[in-house]
Design a protein around this ligand. Sequence first.
Ligand code: TPP
Length: 581
Amino acid sequence: CCPANGTLSTIQGSVSPTIINSSEATLGRHLARRLVQVGISDVFSVPGDFNLTLLDHLIAEPGLNLIGCCNELNAGYAADGYARSRGVGACVVTFTVGGLSVLNAIAGAYSENLPLICIVGGPNSNDYGTNRILHHTIGLPDFSQELRCFQTVTCYQAVVNNLEDAHEMIDTAISTALKESKPVYISISCNLPAIPHPTFAREPVPFSLSPKLSNKIGLEAAVEAAAEFLNKAVKPVLVGGPKLRVAKACEAFVELADASGYAVAVMPSGKGLVPEHHPHFIGTYWGAVSTAFCAEIVESADAYLFAGPIYNDYSSVGYSLLLKKEKAIIVQPDRVVIGNGPAFGCVLMKDFLRELAKRLKHNNTAYENYHRIFVPEGQPLKAAPKEPLRVNVLFQHIQKMLSSDSAVIAETGDSWFNCQKLKLPAGCGYEFQMQYGSIGWSVGATLGYARAVPEKRVIACIGDGSFQVTAQDVSTMLRCGQKTVIFLINNGGYTIEVEIHDGPYNVIKNWNYTALVDAIHNGEGKCWTAKVFCEEELIEAIETATGAKKDCLCFIEVIVHKDDTSKELLEWGSRVSAANS
Ligand code: TPP
């Protein structure tokens, strides 16, 4: 879960810099060299006159590919999907029309702590300080509108409009993204990328970012207090949360699980970060919509350690979790709170979990209890021949497709709940966007993720409503020769919203989704589509997608009843609805 590329561990000490031939000693090539250096080989982009020269220079860099997307929102989502696997991603768009279009994706990446470098081709440097009105703006002589929008969704902004400062500004922006694990904004004046400048005349020395360190005394005190707290508990439990990724603490969490013998659960938004094949894994802790017996074990425990949790209204099922602060140790990326005690600051999660692992007495009571009382979820009823397909049957078949060579991308909607119940084999990737939950994210994210890990087959589960937002970039997946399997779940509406609060606005226009993808395919690239109505057809489609068409992008439209939802969505929807009213 903690990819090495672009992270501190790959960064070398200083080496003697190579002299660069003057035609390549340009701002554009410097930026390109830096992107490659931090582990980026694909940049997702939409051209526009403000960024064309910059794109020329990015393309010229060996090892850097430009992936042209159908729109900026998808380019941003693709960079997000890419960053989830590679550790860092980048997109390039044009001034304001492109910038404001990509903004939603950048906000999503911020919410998920992803280092994403958003590059915008900006106004000519000679236009700054004039009263000119530029195209692609709202018609006011104000060049800062786009910047001001990005200030709220990035951790750093560099407006590069002179060559003297460009090197420093670009480097500061990229290194800040890596250090903070957040998106940054870089605007590059359109007239500058091709101009050579002495500051770019040497191969840039790889970033040498000083790693964050724990305060030793604080760490020791926190570990001692936590060990005392947990060693006297009878049935302690560990729960992994989404911030395990940004804390780069997935391995340390497993070390703690191994050493302690405690039962191990995952929060819904942490799925994919905690190995589900671990012998003490007990499932997803999501309050009333947890997997079988997981909530009972967690909530009845006399002590629980949450590593990297986010308790928002969705993950807390409308604030209905039955947790008690006095029983909890909350470990965040750089602080620990034990019960009702004060916070221990400047303590890194990774260090804390590793040190704690050495101090805990082995205690598998909670896990043994779980093991004793656990009864697996029932199997869906056997379908009658040609009976309309049910969602729970669909996901039984998706489960069988998973392996270490696959990754699941789950779109916002009922797919959250259905995918959450999939049991991930070792090495199987899993991504969704639970904090921000922007529908349509999965299409771009699938493109970017598959680009970052071409050896894995991505299985994307997307509702019809979400697909309508961003469908175009199936086109880019085909251009890139991707072999993703997309399950388009056609239930005729915004079902997740139906279960929160229904109205006529939740019904959507039905499209012929397979015909749409066939039209996008248009004979170029490898694509196979199928529309299935019953289990027999689904089985046949999956056999084809994993057999004869395993090298193709496979798009399977699954027709289900509009009220066919997971039982978890029903429960969750009513509780979220109560919290909203
Ligand atoms: N707009 C954006 C960009 N993001 C959102 N999350 C919403 C609106 C509100 N919203 C959340 S889920 C959803 C909507 C409109 C509907 C999803 O429908 P669909 O993809 O068909 O999935 P289903 O719930 O039917 O499984």
